[in-house]
Design a protein around this ligand. Structure first.
Ligand SMILES: Cc1cc2nc3c(=O)[nH]c(=O)nc-3n(C[C@H](O)[C@H](O)[C@H](O)COP(=O)(O)O)c2cc1C
Length: 239
């Protein structure tokens, strides 16, 4: 399929053919493609759970309030954000950078890359009980605003959450397009009980569910309506 064909035929499908031949490897392959998605600072603060067991699927379907997409799906994939893993990922990136600059004189680009993961990521992601880290970030942002110097307004825990969900949603999009390119259908869902899903997957309190994805071979009647979008002129601007 061409890229346009993939885009034009990908739909959110709510009813799947439970009798159609289904290869779970396509989901695995699409998840491997999803990890190649652009993500904030390459921190990869995401996880993807391919739910294949009947018992787990039953629990997730319940958490998705028995939506037909979840109920009839051959498999479900849970897209999860893992803010709690930022130290691990920063260290992983730092080690990678060190390897890439090994034997080279550290200046300019190299120095900046190391300091990015050694200093900037801790500044972005640290959260403490008293909110001191947030206060430090807030002061830096205020100072930059006063002197009219641009700065990323990533201050609060809520800002960090938005950043993580952006990256995870991009991975979900890559996944959906990959599935379509293989002739499979999907339905992204945010209509679910997050607490129930986290409990079922044994996830820590700081993990968040970005999306649940229904996967399978869609039935024609699983596409409920014609695809409609507001006019391009309302959302696409040349400035
Ligand atoms: C973040 C997000 C959450 C969604 N949640 C649900 C959902 O809980 N249940 C559902 O049936 N569809 C859900 N959808 C699918 C949208 O309704 C669908 O993408 C939209 O109507 C456009 O249709 P299309 O995907 O077929 O182009 C969701 C889509 C996104 C991106």
């Amino acid at each position: 399929m061409t890229f346009d064909q993939i885009l034009n035929t990908r739909r959110s499908v709510r009813i799947y053919d439970e009798n159609a031949a289904y290869d779970s490897q396509i989901v695995s392959k699409s998840l491997e493609r999803a990890v190649l998605s652009a993500n904030s600072s390459n921190m990869q603060l995401w996880e993807f759970y391919q739910v294949s067991s009947e018992e787990k699927k039953k629990a997730i379907v319940k958490a998705c309030m028995h939506q037909s997409a979840a109920r009839t799906a051959s498999e479900l994939v849970i897209f999860v954000t893992r803010q709690d893993k930022w130290k691990q990922r920063a260290a992983w990136n730092l080690a990678n950078m060190k390897k890439q600059f090994e034997g080279k004189e550290l200046k300019g680009k190299g120095k900046r890359a190391l300091s990015y993961y050694e200093k900037l990521m801790p500044l972005f992601y640290t959260n403490d009980f008293l909110g001191i880290a947030t206060l430090i970030r807030f002061s830096i942002v205020v100072y930059h605003s006063i002197i009219n110097k641009p700065i990323i307004h990533l201050v609060s825990h809520a800002d960090q959450r938005v950043s993580l969900h952006k990256s995870c949603a991009l991975a979900a999009q890559t996944f959906m397009l990959s599935m379509k390119s293989e002739g499979y259908d999907t339905c992204p869902m945010e209509g679910f009980d997050e607490k129930m899903i986290k409990k079922s997957l044994n996830l820590p309190s700081k993990a968040e569910i970005c999306m649940v994805m229904a996967c399978g071979i869609g039935k024609p009647e699983g596409i409920y309506t014609e695809r409609t979008r507001v006019d391009n002129s309302e959302v696409i601007f040349k400035v």
